[in-house]
Ligand binder design. Structure first.
Ligand code: FES
Ligand SMILES: [Fe+2]
Length: 420
């Protein structure tokens, strides 16, 4: 669908679905009271897009895709808590090297497997010693006759996991709809001078790897990726260039639906006369590939997932293909400081993505938004998410989900491209 032909319809439909009011009031302001704050109406988030628990439309949509839950290197013989999509889980690796993701309350009498002990075949509960494998099968009940004559019938709730690109992915959806774990062309074929660097936490919003959980809705960051205009303002003209100087140029932007997502193509004529086209990609339902912010020529090198922890928090996982020896990344500094080292005044004087998005609140009040022409990429994303929620609720499979291994490879269009 071309946004050029559907733009008006897209704006009106998107604004209506978000409950937005018209951007400009036409009535004269003879009394000088127009816009007065007193008596304004209560406002509310778009629940359909922001609620992620099991049984909610968006929660069920997100559960139909593999979601990264941890770095593979973090999964050791010490169980770790995983909080995702409003669920508390426990992740571990048995001594055979298999990762397992279980509901944490032991099915016997409910203590947490977070305090369990890792063994060759699984995790043993600390309280009465029931042993569970990575798929929740109960292998031992040491206090029972014959170590539990009926232990085969016991099953601790579990989710499947797979590992790729240095991340552990989990599938939290209906088992009969489990898709193949995707591959991304830009992360494949790692050369001898390259390596994959993976990260999970708040690096994407702060440039600081020390932040683990970002305390606001996943949708704020999801909106951000189809918002090339904030790169020109927030990251460039507002405080001076935070990325490359080329972003100081206001782009002309095309948004278009592609494959199972939305892309933008931002065109700029740089000061040195070169024409640059920057293509950024968002894929259903929470996946993005942003090209390098140094504007170096070439295809994108990064895939990222904005994974909700709860309705009002998320962790962002990312995998980058980098020259060997460059990682792990130590962080991006503004005026010599990492985000976590900045004072409140620093945050005010040099706001970045975190400040802009945190400023929207834990969950934005979408009913009071005034979506305009520069928001059309966001509108297209939200419409696609809404439509796919309806497809899932109707029993269908959402866009971008594949079941055959030979369809696992996803082609990514992102990159910085220069005219010759
Ligand atoms: S509570 Fe886990 S074995 Fe008893
Ligand atoms: Fe940004």
């Amino acid at each position: 669908m071309s946004d050029a032909t559907n733009f008006s319809e897209t704006i009106s439909a998107g604004a209506a679905s978000a409950g937005a009011r018209p951007a400009a009031a036409a009535s004269p302001d003879a009394a000088g009271t127009a816009g007065h704050a007193y008596g304004r109406r209560p406002q509310h988030p778009n629940k359909l897009l922001t609620e992620v628990g099991a049984g909610t439309p968006m929660g069920e949509l997100l559960r139909r895709y593999w979601q990264p839950v941890a770095l593979s290197a973090e999964v050791t013989d010490l169980p770790r808590k995983v909080h995702i999509l409003g669920e508390e889980l426990v992740l571990f690796r048995d001594r055979k090297g298999r990762a397992g993701l279980l509901y944490p309350r032991c099915m016997h009498r409910g203590t947490s497997l977070f305090y369990g002990r890792i063994e060759e075949e699984g995790i043993r509960c600390c309280y009465h010693g029931w042993l569970f494998d990575t798929q929740g099968r109960c292998l031992d009940q040491p206090c029972e006759p014959d170590h539990g004559r009926h232990r085969d019938q016991a099953r601790q709730p579990w989710y499947p996991v797979e590992e790729r690109y240095g991340l552990v992915f989990a599938y939290l959806g209906p088992p009969e709809r489990k898709p193949v774990l995707p591959r991304y062309d830009i992360l494949e074929n790692v050369g001898p001078d390259e390596e994959l660097y993976s990260n999970i936490g708040g690096f994407g919003s702060t440039g600081d790897p020390s932040l683990d959980v970002v305390p606001y809705s996943w949708l704020h960051m999801n909106d951000n990726v189809m918002d090339p205009f904030h790169v020109h303002v927030l990251h460039s003209t507002f405080t001076g260039p935070q990325f490359a100087a080329g972003f100081l140029v206001m782009p002309t932007v095309d948004f278009f639906y592609a494959d199972h997502g939305v892309c933008y193509s931002a065109h700029r004529r740089l000061e040195d006369g070169r024409e640059m086209k920057r293509i950024s990609t968002w894929l259903m339902p929470n996946i993005m590939s942003v090209p390098t912010i140094d504007l170096l020529e070439g295809s994108g090198n990064m895939i990222s997932w904005v994974v909700p922890v709860s309705d009002s928090s998320y962790r962002q996982a990312m995998v980058m293909k980098l020259p060997r020896g460059l990682g792990p990344l130590t962080g991006i500094r503004l005026n010599g400081k990492l985000w976590g080292e900045m004072t409140e005044e620093d945050h005010q004087r040099t706001p970045g993505d975190y400040e802009a998005q945190m400023g929207q609140g834990p969950i934005s009040l979408h009913s009071e938004e005034h979506l305009v022409t520069s928001d059309r990429g966001i509108i297209m994303q939200r419409r696609m998410l809404q439509k796919q929620c309806e497809i899932v609720a109707g029993g269908g499979n959402p866009a971008g989900v594949e079941f055959s291994p030979d369809k696992a490879l996803v082609k990514i269009r992102s990159g910085n491209f220069y005219a010759r």
